[in-house]
Design a protein around this ligand. Structure first.
Ligand code: CP3
Length: 344
């Protein structure tokens, strides 16, 4: 007798099969708004030490699922482990965010995509441990940063609101920039394939800085690299399920959805809900509550959650925020969010 396999509602939705149960996860669900995260974080050394510690990183990944009725765990790591694994100096400073030694035309050729996967092997071990500790009905989401977004940190050395350093670099040193993007594509494909082989069910491409680009730059630096990652990944793992999240893509979203081949499109909270009508029929969407509505809570949150659920009733939909949860968010608001999204 063969047992009926347990379906994962979130993965099924990514694969285009709408489920009875609305699948939910929360962007940046493991993190500082959780007291148990803050407690463990204080014992773990630096943030990167935590990312490379399979035991602790697996524990942090599972923390939000112990507390909330979520459908997925997302690997606890960061998009900037790839630059670190390529040999760039990366550190995280409390209150400052990430700080990197900026790459230059001279140092880009010294980045080593071949050695990156070895350096990232503790994170692949985290994936194995999380899968082992996760219920069979739960989806495990792996991820990496998309090349443009990661390049903005590698070139600028830190986060910035306009990504001017990377945009000027791409325009004035196109060959070095193209080389950097190629390196990031190669490393990302290997890294995502390793995550899927270790037990991740689906991977998300975080293109957090898809804003501020004209349509030509968007095509060359966002669409094309994301498309090549999806294609390269599916050459290694046929049918690999991918969620793309090009934050701020706005009017460029339909082109991104058509050209990259992602299964599900992550929507940021500025995207009008009616806009989904312009997306290819059947394409899944993920999102898109403003994280500050969750922070503020109350009736305005409940109303907007219901609007979002209603707007995407006719296509595969994964409920989520339209960007990361903020550290000041009350836990009770998260519980309420999940209840309302599920019909309370
Ligand atoms: O539950 C999860 O989503 C945890 C895994 C995760 C982290 N970062 C942990 C983290 C994921 C998926 C990310 C992605 C990430 N990292 C993105 C893309 C998503 C987005 O928000 O747009 C980006 C741009 C980064 C880069 C990054 N990492 C920044 C800008 C910062 C500093 C800002 C901040 O929130 O502190 C980080 C640090 C970081 N990454 C923290 C966590 C939990 C906080 C560091 C700490 O705990 O000390």
């Amino acid at each position: 007798m063969t047992a009926t396999p347990v379906l994962k509602p979130l993965l099924e939705t990514v694969l285009g099969r709408r489920q009875q149960r609305l699948p939910i996860w929360i962007m940046r669900q493991a993190g500082r708004y959780l007291p148990e995260y803050r407690e463990l974080r204080a014992k773990a050394g630096s943030f990167l030490d935590l990312c490379y510690n399979p035991e602790l990183a697996a524990e942090v990944t599972l923390q939000p699922l112990r507390r909330f009725d979520l459908d997925a765990a997302i690997l606890f790591s960061d998009i900037l482990v790839i630059p670190d694994a390529l040999g760039q100096y990366v550190r995280f400073e409390a209150g400052e965010g990430p700080l990197l030694e900026p790459v230059t035309t001279e140092t880009i050729p010294r980045l080593n995509p071949k050695g990156a996967l070895e350096k990232l092997s503790p994170i692949i071990e985290t994936v194995r441990r999380v899968r082992a500790g996760l219920g069979p009905e739960k989806t495990l989401i792996g991820f990496c940063g998309s090349p443009w977004t990661v390049a903005t940190y590698m070139i600028g050395g830190r986060g910035s609101s306009d990504q001017a350093a990377a945009r000027v670099f791409a325009l004035t040193q196109p060959e070095a920039f193209a080389r950097l993007i190629d390196i990031l594509i190669e490393a990302s494909i290997d890294y995502l394939a390793a995550q899927l082989r270790a037990g991740a069910d689906v991977v998300q491409l975080f293109e957090s800085w898809a804003l501020n680009l004209d349509e030509v730059a968007f095509r060359n630096w966002v669409i094309e690299p994301n498309r090549r990652i999806v294609e390269g990944l599916r050459t290694l793992i046929p049918g690999a399920p991918v969620i793309g999240f090009p934050r701020g893509a706005a009017g460029n979203l339909p082109a991104y959805a058509r050209a990259t081949g992602v299964n599900v499109l992550g929507l940021d909270y500025a995207m009008p809900l009616g806009f989904a009508a312009e997306l290819p029929a059947g394409l899944g969407v993920q999102g898109n509550l403003d994280p500050l509505r969750l922070l503020a809570g109350g009736e305005q949150m409940d109303d907007r959650v219901r609007q979002i659920v209603a707007a995407f009733r006719d296509r595969p939909h994964i409920f989520n925020l339209g960007h990361g949860i903020v550290p000041e968010t009350p836990i009770g608001h998260v519980e309420r969010l999940i209840a309302v999204a599920r019909g309370a």
